[in-house]
Design a protein around this ligand. Structure first.
Ligand code: PGA
Length: 257
């Protein structure tokens, strides 16, 4: 049984006071949702603060990005060893906002994935197609290229410690959501791609849905056989809303177990 994960990607939001309140509310609210894994992704400058608030809880912390080199003259960047050193367990890699706003190409995403795995961080590898690509019928081709580059450059074994997030770019921050059936079809395709390389890893790897997951439609998404949780952006900035999604996931996990 794969353990459902609900990840909150706070992106570039919050000042210390808000981060404190949000983390505290989530930490107190999730204590009864023992069946699922909850991970928060604050901005770099808040990682220590969030980490300190979460000690002795089951909630984990991850970073939104990393640089491939372990150290060096890379002004403004943050390395994998630095993240491990402050207690991060996860790191987002290849988020569509980074691919698009910061021109991260397939090779750079693969290098980041490799750097994460090398230091024992668990990458959450984000893949997904744009609206134009979906309309041209290229969804599977785009996702296959994104996944295959990782497998070719980093090796399929690296996926043992990875999570994949399917993020239809057209649904991120737009309020649009893939239907459960649309999402399930892509998730099944992703699992099939991994299975072509390693069946055991394909069965075990968690594939999260990201793209405007909200509490009111999380249930049918989370009930799909190949959807193993959510990477939640906007809705993770509101503790009640985020906790409602966690509650749905907890309920779904209880049905599986
Ligand atoms: P959203 O963001 O939930 O606000 O669409 C998802 C993400 O980018 O991780």
């Amino acid at each position: 049984v794969r353990h459902l994960m609900i990840a909150g990607n706070w992106k570039m939001h919050g000042l210390q006071r808000q981060v404190q309140a949000l983390t505290t509310a989530i930490k107190e609210g999730v204590t009864s949702y023992t069946e699922i894994e909850v991970v928060l992704f604050p901005a770099f400058v808040h990682l220590n603060q969030v980490q300190a608030l979460l000690t002795q809880t089951a909630v984990k912390v991850g970073a939104q990005n990393l640089y491939p080199a372990p150290q060096g003259a890379f002004t403004g960047e943050v390395s994998g060893p630095m993240l491990v050193d402050i207690g991060c367990q996860y790191v987002l890699v290849g988020h569509s906002e980074r691919r698009m706003l910061f021109q991260e190409d397939l090779a750079l995403v693969a290098a980041k994935c490799q750097a994460a795995v090398a230091v024992g961080l668990q990458p959450i590898l984000c893949v997904g197609e744009t609206k134009a690509q979906r309309e041209r019928g290229e969804t599977e081709a785009i996702i296959a290229e994104q996944i295959r580059t990782i497998i070719e450059c980093v090796g399929v074994a690296a996926l043992q410690q990875a999570v994949i997030a399917y993020e239809p770019v057209w649904a991120i921050g737009t309020g649009l959501t893939a239907t459960p059936e649309q999402a399930q079809a892509v998730h099944a395709f992703i699992r099939h791609l991994v299975a072509q390389n390693n069946l055991d890893i394909a069965k075990a790897i968690r594939i999260l849905y990201g793209g405007s997951m909200k509490a009111d439609h999380a249930a049918p998404l989370l009930a799909m056989p190949d959807i193993d949780g959510g990477l939640v952006g906007g809705a993770s900035l509101d503790a009640d809303h985020f906790l409602a999604i966690c509650a749905r996931a907890h309920q779904q996990q209880s049905e599986y177990s």
